[in-house]
Design a protein around this ligand. Sequence first.
Ligand code: MN
Length: 245
Amino acid sequence: MRQPLIGISCHYDAARQAWLLGEAYAAAVYRAGGLPVALLPGDPGGAAVILERLDGVILAGGVDVDPVHWGEEPLPGCGEIVPAADAFELALARGCLQYGKPLLGICRGMQVLNVAAGGTLYQDIHTQLTGVLKHSQQAPRSYATHKICLTAGSLLDRLLGCRELRVNSFHHQAVCRLAEGLRVTARSADGVIEAVEHVDWPFVLGVQFHPEAMWQQSPVFLELFNALVQASRGEKMPGNHYVGV
Ligand code: MN
């Protein structure tokens, strides 16, 4: 069976002046039957050329998205930003949104997807919202620390086959105003958006948790990578209609 080429964004290590990619992302793509390739930012205009060569994209985790991209000045709670990563990944996400290229946005990648589609983020949920849960867990990466509730009939629900599950959490930014064209498919108990998907394209999906760190212990999370690889081969996603609200 054809192994689709799945590009995965890297994150920048300023101290080493190196772009890095956690091996867990590549391992999940290999396991799902895809061929992972690391994507290094260059000219944002090059994103379209790279995208043409890829069958699917993972926008991986990383540091904060610069609030300038949704028209805000930085608040004290905003963390490290890497302008080159923002420009490149926003361009990749916009390309996927334009052409329906299969996209799995993980953590920062889901946030990039929402901003690329015209939405906004909380720069720091712990100072901008009251009553939030702990979303920056201090526990092993594979360990789930909070619950999420899935939207019935969403692609996420159909792929994971459950309405509620526990996930890991390594974020302090979150989706604030949802972009047009996306819908919420999971929230944590405090209302924070934990997953989104595109209303029209077959596989443009974002999750706030890190499935690449969980599938070895909890195989259900591999379904997200299986679906990305299947969509990148042009296969249909399970179910063909949306019954949620
Ligand atoms: Mn969380």
